[in-house]
Each structure stands twice: as structure tokens, then as C-alpha cells.
Ligand binder design. Structure first.
Ligand code: ZN
Ligand code: ZN
Length: 159
């Protein structure tokens, strides 16, 4: 591991560390916003990830560490899907109450921390009233595509 940033993958000019102000990508009900994400940028304005593992590490961090901390119901039923409250087991409403933005500070190895926001509908429990996601599984399923769209919005070539 060297401290010298890699040259630009497109034009081979030297790169320097920079940050992306904000980039948002959405997939169905999930919108991911990256705020202050570190990148490398060359003199011609081409952006790239700070290291090749960055997108996968970020995806893992979100789906394995951050998203499991969110309030989420449990899915039941095969033909008609129901979602049940994590607290009291009551049924969650079918219609979302509103869209909630959850915010995380994400620090990856050898990378300065930045903020990731997940905006997604929350549903109220019909019994105890607690707001939560329909299910963690659903959220995890949408995350890779939403993140890929956010990278695209940040003008970083990806995969
Ligand atoms: Zn370049
Ligand atoms: Zn409940």
C-alpha cells in the first residue's frame, strides 16, 4: 500500500484526493445519498474511487452494519405478504406513513468518514404505532442498485 494516489484510469494524469458534495441514486422505494464521499480526481476532472475495493466495502458496511440497526418489521406469508412489528408483533400498515431519512457516518479502512443517507418509506404498526421499515430483507435487496445509481450520479465509472 503506497500513499501516492493512483493515476487517472481514463487519461493517466496524476490524481488528488477530493470529496463529492452530494450524489443521490434511487431504486424503487429506496434513495441513497452520499455526502462528502472521498474520491480521487485528476486535472481533467475525472473521478475514481479512492481504492478499487471501495464500492464493495461500502455496500458491505451498509447492508451488514448500518441497515440491521434500523427499526424493521418481519415478513410473513407466501402468497399475500404481511409485515409484522418487531416490538409487539402487530401487523404493519400496508400504506407507508411517510418517507424517513436515516443517516449514518461511515468510516471505511484508510478512508475519511462521510455521511450516507437512506430515504425510504416507514410504516406504522396498527397495534403499538411504532414506525418501521417493512423489512430489512427488502431494504438490503434494493441497496446495491441504489448505490450503483448514486455512484453514477457522482460521475464515477463503476463496473
Ligand atoms: Zn483523467
Ligand atoms: Zn407494534
Amino acid at each position: 500500500m503506497t500513499n501516492k494516489p493512483r493515476n487517472c484510469a481514463i487519461c493517466h494524469a496524476p490524481t488528488a484526493p477530493a470529496r463529492v458534495d452530494a450524489a443521490t441514486g434511487a431504486e424503487k422505494e429506496l434513495a441513497v445519498t452520499l455526502r462528502g464521499m472521498p474520491v480521487l480526481v485528476c486535472g481533467n476532472g475525472h473521478r475514481q474511487f479512492v481504492n478499487p475495493d471501495f464500492p464493495l466495502l461500502l455496500l458491505d458496511h451498509l447492508t451488514e452494519l448500518d441497515e440491521p440497526k434500523l427499526p424493521a418489521g418481519a415478513e410473513k406469508g407466501f402468497i399475500v405478504r404481511h409485515f409484522h412489528c418487531a416490538d409487539c408483533g402487530g401487523e404493519l400498515q400496508q400504506q407507508p406513513d411517510h418517507k424517513h431519512t436515516f443517516s449514518f457516518d461511515v468510516a471505511l479502512p484508510q478512508t475519511d468518514a462521510f455521511t450516507v443517507e437512506l430515504a425510504t418509506p416507514v410504516y406504522r404498526c396498527s397495534r403499538c404505532g411504532r414506525e418501521q421499515l417493512h423489512s430489512l430483507k427488502e431494504l438490503r435487496k434494493l441497496t446495491p442498485a441504489a448505490l450503483a445509481h448514486a455512484f453514477k450520479a457522482a460521475q464515477i465509472p463503476h463496473g
